[in-house]
Design a protein around this ligand. Structure first.
Ligand SMILES: Nc1ncnc2c1ncn2[C@@H]1O[C@H](COP(=O)(O)OP(=O)(O)OP(=O)(O)O)[C@@H](O)[C@H]1O
Ligand SMILES: [Mg+2]
Length: 321
């Protein structure tokens, strides 16, 4: 039986992130939108999209912690000092309704009884709080829930988002899967309000001559694992050939890469070792059900070079000889 402290140690990795190029770009662009919004007549909004596990919520958390660290302000409410909410994060509920989304936002703002009242009441209270706190940004994640079958309600919510941008003048960062682009593009008025956009993608493998994003990400992640967990060693992923099996196993999806590293560390500890070996990585792939892994007939960490190249070509559309 493993010590619970081991799980805590491994999960502590979740509190750090690797600011790879696309993540950095998204964070920089969001900060830029917020700066422009401070003096613009209309708020400048941002749309962040990407497939599952590419790091969208990670970007949201990074923005929240940057803004939280900037603010020390308090306001007096009901004779009590309350910290201002510079930025807040809310999830679009599923099924989506105006009342549901307004109540989720009020809850994130720390409002009492956030679900009490009509949609109109909640929207009014939201406006009052945003003004009181001088909130700089609203982050709305899982916006793809608007693609749900009930189009009538989805359209209402889309109009509501547009109207709160107009009325409350607080910039919004909308976050969701790539389909969110369709929701925004379908309506010119909304599309015009979201002209700054970034799409996060899976990390590329690069070529034998030029290291890809995956090599840099995995090397940094390896160092993080060694330092944060206090491991004596971890396999190297610092070249194209060393990263090739990892790419086939994960298609370059950051979430899947982290999952494999964590599972391999657990298996190493179960083996009574404080060092992760290549066979722990191989076993981790056998243990996990990663997205798309059922399309692979063999564990990529057991494949020979020519079979690896075939699999890489399948994923990336035949770029490698
Ligand atoms: N830049 C990163 N650095 C470190 N870990 C990352 C990074 N990006 C993603 N991850 C890992 O992937 C996991 C999922 O990331 P995140 O929740 O940000 O993805 P998402 O795009 O919001 O996915 P979903 O669409 O499923 O909500 C994180 O918990 C983390 O383990
Ligand atoms: Mg997410």
């Amino acid at each position: 039986m493993l010590n619970p402290e081991i799980y805590q140690k491994i999960n502590a990795i979740d509190h750090t992130y690797i600011p790879h190029q696309k993540i950095k770009l998204a964070i920089d662009m969001i900060q830029r939108c917020l700066l422009i919004s401070e003096s613009a007549l209309e708020p400048v909004n941002f749309l962040l999209t990407g497939p599952a596990g590419t790091g969208k919520t990670t970007v949201c958390n990074a923005i929240l912690s940057i803004l939280e660290s900037e603010s020390q302000e308090f306001i007096i409410r009901d004779n009590k000092e309350v910290p201002v909410v510079n930025a807040f994060y809310s999830l679009v509920p599923n099924p989506v309704t105006i009342k549901g989304i307004a109540s989720s936002m009020l809850k994130s703002l720390g409002a009492p009884s956030p679900g009490k009242g009509s949609a109109l009441d909640l929207t009014y209270r939201l406006g009052v709080l945003l003004k009181e706190f001088k909130t700089k940004v609203i982050i709305l994640d899982e916006f793809q829930h608007l693609l749900a079958k009930d189009f009538g309600k989805s359209n209402d919510v889309r109009d509501w988002v547009k109207s709160i941008i107009n009325e409350f003048k607080v910039p919004i960062v909308l976050v969701g899967t790539p389909e969110c682009e369709t929701i925004i593009n379908e309506e010119t008025q909304l599309s015009r309000r979201f002209q700054y956009r970034t799409q996060l993608t899976s990390l590329n493998l690069g070529t034998p001559q030029k290291r890809g994003e995956l090599t840099k990400f995995s090397s940094t992640l390896r160092t993080l694992f060694i330092k944060k967990i206090g491991l004596n060693g971890f396999p190297n992923f610092n070249s194209y050939s060393k990263c090739a099996p990892l790419y086939v196993a994960t298609s370059g999806n950051p979430s899947s890469i982290v999952r494999i590293f964590k599972e391999a560390t657990l298996i190493a500890f179960e083996d009574g070792m404080n060092e992760v070996k290549y066979n722990h990585i191989t076993k981790a792939f056998d243990t996990l059900a990663l997205p798309n892994s059922d399309s692979l007939s063999t564990n990529p960490f057991r494949l020979n070079h020519s079979d690896l190249v075939k699999s890489i070509n399948k994923i990336s559309g035949g770029m490698y000889a």
